[in-house]
Design a binder for this molecule. Structure first.
Ligand code: CCH
Length: 286
């Protein structure tokens, strides 16, 4: 009997879950990086891939993975994200059928969930595009600016004030690096676990300008070991932003719910999906 001719491989949920599991395993294994995890930098890769979206022209966004190429990969805002892209290369080799664009976003979802954050619904469908789709420099936020800049940048993507504050809560994770952005230090004491601590610390600690030769940033008065960017401080200086920061500081569940919705929206900006169905991946500790 003759073997049936094989059709093209059409990956299903189980196949993407295998990719998730491979990223989760690498996150657990490769713990000799920064504060012990590549998780935060993976979240930043997925955000910077998505945050170039311009609702008016429909350009940018996570469809395309154009950060692989110069000039986009060399934009100042993307400094250091090569570490995240290189971290994912062995996973791409293991699952060559997945596009870089789907892999980067799946890894952002995985990193958030593995760092004990909320579930982020996911669907595949992004295609990789060539260098001609690189976005112009200046679409991602500049940390030295004020609330009008935050509203202009995130408004361009289609977010409202509430969603902007929810997304900012990602700064519970990771740290600033002097050789990347020029800023220095983490926002919270547990930079590899997602909690609402960013909002709690913003509201409850006393902050002062750090005295140093680097770019203007805040430090906490008590320990001088935490930092806030000028844009972070706008989240409690602006009345409308602050209202949401207070809601999130008070209730981690509310933060998780609204963060998950806003991140899922961010990760899908500008992607022409063929399917409505969204998946929820099983975490390694489920
Ligand atoms: Fe951010 N972010 N971010 N950020 N960010 C930085 C690091 C992380 C801004 C500036 C910076 C979001 C919004 C903003 C992460 C997630 C998100 C750094 C340090 C700067 C500067 C980079 C370095 O030196 O390595 C500004 C400005 C805004 C908005 O106004 C949003 C939205 C998200 C995700 C939803 C994460 C995670 C990091 C840590 C990365 C790491 O390597 O540890």
């Amino acid at each position: 009997q003759q073997a049936k001719p094989k059709g093209p491989f059409v990956p299903k949920f189980e196949d993407y879950q295998k990719v998730y599991d491979a990223v989760a395993k690498r996150l657990a294994d490769e713990d000799d990086y920064d504060d012990g995890s590549y998780g935060p930098v993976l979240v930043r890769l997925a955000w910077h891939a998505s945050g170039t979206y311009d609702a008016l022209t429909g350009t940018g966004g996570s469809n395309g993975a154009t950060m692989r190429f110069a000039p986009e990969g060399d934009h100042g805002a993307n400094a250091g994200l090569k570490a995240a892209r290189d971290f994912l290369e062995p996973v791409k080799e293991q699952f060559p059928w997945i596009t870089y664009s789907d892999l980067w976003i799946l890894s952002g979802v995985c990193a958030i969930q593995e760092m004990q954050g909320p579930k982020i619904p996911y669907r595949p469908g992004r295609t990789d595009r060539d260098v001609s789709f690189c976005t112009p420099d200046g679409r991602l936020p500049d940390a030295s600016k004020d609330r009008s800049h935050i509203r202009a940048i995130f408004g361009r993507m289609g977010f409202d004030d509430r969603e902007m504050v929810a997304l900012s809560g990602a700064h519970a994770l990771g740290r600033c690096h002097t050789d990347r952005s020029g800023y220095d230090g983490p926002w919270t004491f547990s930079p590899t676990t997602l909690t609402n601590d960013y909002f709690k610390l913003l509201l409850e600690e006393k902050w002062q300008w750090k005295k140093w030769n680097g770019p203007k940033q805040y430090e906490d008065v008590k320990t001088k070991s935490l930092m806030m960017l000028p844009t972070d401080m706008e989240i409690i200086k602006d009345k409308t932003f602050r209202k949401h920061a207070e809601r999130y500081a008070k209730d981690n569940e509310v933060f998780f719910r609204e963060f998950s919705d806003a991140v899922a929206k961010l990760f899908e900006l500008g992607v022409p999906f063929q399917t409505e169905e969204k998946w929820t991946f099983k975490s390694s500790f489920d």
